[in-house]
Design a protein around this ligand. Sequence first.
Ligand code: HEC
Length: 104
Amino acid sequence: MKEYQAAGAAEFSAARGETMWNAVHTTKDGPMSCNTCHTANLKSQGKHVVTGKVIEPMAPSANPQRLTDPKFVEKWFKRNCKETLERECTPQEKGDFLSFLSGK
Ligand code: HEC
């Protein structure tokens, strides 16, 4: 997460990340939040709301592969933020999300 700090982000907050994770946004595909696909219980499997494909648990404690590849993380932040917030996430938001997710 150093690169986000270098991009001007302040300290990260897991609590803020959790609030954002559950926040519902109105999108062209209907109401959308991060947990629409990933579920609010990060230790259980999610399901893609459009394709129906299974998404493995987001919590590193349940799925050790999670958050281990920065390129993969960036790629999906880009797509998922656009789908949920209809814009890219800021470095601050990404750091807050990762603080929240990595503790799970
Ligand atoms: C429309 C469905 C959908 C929504 C909504 C969604 N995601 Fe995802 N997300 C995926 C899919 C599909 C993947 C890639 C497959 C996988 O990692 O299992 C993924 C992967 C990720 C990853 C990569 C995890 C890793 O292992 O490195 C992160 C981080 C992530 N999402 C965060 C978010 C955040 C934050 C939000 C809300 C802003 C969000 N997602 C909303 C479907 C979604």
